[in-house]
Design a protein around this ligand. Structure first.
Ligand code: CP
Ligand code: NVA
Length: 302
C-alpha cells in the first residue's frame, strides 16, 4: 500500500481486501474483549476544518483502543489559519506524530501534506472524496451480502464526495454501481474518467432505474458541508431523488439501505425507510471504528 490514504483511486482490490479482512478480524477480537496493542507509543494527529462526530471520535477511539494516543486540533486553532504554509506545517508535524488524519475542504491541501510529510496522511473527508467512510461501508456490505462480485449498488442523490469514493470502489472491486443524480449534480467527470475499470459504473437521472433490482441502496445529504448556501435551491431539484418506500419497492426484497450520516430525515430519506428493517446505518457507523483501526495500524506499521 501507498504511504497515504488520500483517495480510493490509489488502492487496488488487494489493498482493499487487506484492510477489510483486518477490520473484520479486529472487530471480532473487540467483540470478544481481546485487546490489541498495535499502536503502543504511537501518536495520531487529527486536524479538521469541518465538523465531525463519527469520523473524529472513531479515529480517536481506534487509536486509544490499540494503545496509541491521539490529538484533535481544529485547524482554526493552528497557524495554518494564519497562513503558515502547509509544507512548513507538515515538516513540523512529522517530527511529533506517527500519522496525520485530515478533514479539509480542498483535496490539494492533503496532497501537499502527503507530498512533504514522511508520515502517513489519511483523508477523513474533503469536498472531493470520503475514502475512509466508503471503506467502512464496504465492510458493512460484506457483512450483509458476503461478496462484492455480482452485486448492484445504487447511489441516489448528489454526485458528491461519497459518490466519488463509491465510484473508485466499484472500479477496483468490480461491482455494478448505478448513480441516479439530477442533471447538474452528477459526479465530477474527471473522477469517472480517472476510474480504472468503468465497465460497471453508470450515471442515470432516474432513481427508479438505479434502484431496480439493487442489492444496496445508498444516499447522502442533498447539501454537503460547505454548500449550506445552496441548500434551499437544491431542495426542489433533489425531491424526486428521495429514498422512500416507492424506491425500496424497486430494489431486491433483501436490499440494504445505507447512509453515512448525519441524515436529514424527510429529505433524502424518509423516516420510515431510515428506521425500517432494511436500514443498516448503525452498523455503518460502528464499522468506522473497526475500519479506522485497520487503516491506522496498516499505514503506521507498514
Ligand atoms: N459519516 C461521517 O463522516 O460523519 P461525521 O461527519 O460525523 O464524521
Ligand atoms: N457528503 C457529506 C458527507 C458527510 C459525512 C458532506 O460532505 O457533508
Amino acid at each position: 500500500m501507498k504511504k497515504d490514504l488520500l483517495t480510493l483511486a490509489d488502492l487496488d482490490a488487494a489493498d482493499m481486501d487487506l484492510l477489510l479482512s483486518r477490520a473484520r478480524q479486529l472487530k471480532k477480537r473487540h467483540k470478544k474483549g481481546i485487546q490489541d496493542w498495535s499502536l503502543i507509543g504511537k501518536t495520531v494527529g487529527l486536524i479538521f476544518e469541518k465538523a465531525s462526530t463519527r469520523t473524529r471520535i472513531s479515529f480517536q477511539a481506534a487509536a486509544a483502543q490499540l494503545g496509541g494516543t491521539s490529538l484533535f486540533i481544529s485547524s482554526a486553532d493552528t497557524q495554518l489559519a494564519r497562513n503558515e504554509p502547509v509544507a512548513d506545517t507538515a515538516r513540523v508535524l512529522e517530527r511529533y506524530l506517527d500519522a496525520l488524519v485530515l478533514r479539509t475542504y480542498s483535496q490539494d491541501i492533503q496532497t501537499e501534506f502527503a507530498r512533504v510529510a514522511s508520515i502517513p496522511v489519511i483523508n477523513a473527508l474533503t469536498d472531493l472524496y470520503h475514502p475512509c467512510q466508503v471503506l467502512s461501508d464496504l465492510l458493512t456490505v460484506l457483512e450483509y451480502k458476503g461478496r462484492f462480485q455480482g452485486l448492484k449498488v445504487a447511489w441516489i442523490g448528489d454526485g458528491n464526495n461519497m459518490a466519488h469514493s463509491w465510484i473508485n470502489a466499484a472500479a477496483a472491486l468490480g461491482f455494478e454501481l448505478v448513480l441516479a443524480c439530477p442533471q447538474n449534480y452528477m459526479p465530477d467527470s474527471s473522477v469517472i474518467h480517472g476510474a480504472g475499470d468503468k465497465r460497471f459504473i453508470r450515471v442515470v437521472h432516474d432513481p427508479a432505474e438505479a434502484a431496480s433490482g439493487a442489492d444496496v441502496i445508498n444516499t447522502d445529504v442533498w447539501a454537503s458541508m460547505g454548500q449550506e448556501d445552496q441548500a434551499e435551491a437544491r431542495q426542489s431539484v433533489f425531491e424526486p431523488f428521495q429514498v422512500n418506500s416507492g424506491i425500496m419497492d424497486r430494489a431486491k426484497k433483501d436490499a440494504i439501505v445505507m447512509h453515512c450520516l448525519p441524515a436529514h430525515k424527510g429529505e433524502e430519506i424518509t423516516e420510515e425507510v431510515f428506521e425500517g428493517p432494511q436500514s443498516v446505518v448503525w452498523d455503518q457507523a460502528e464499522n468506522k471504528l473497526h475500519m479506522h483501526k485497520a487503516i491506522l495500524e496498516t499505514l503506521i506499521n507498514r
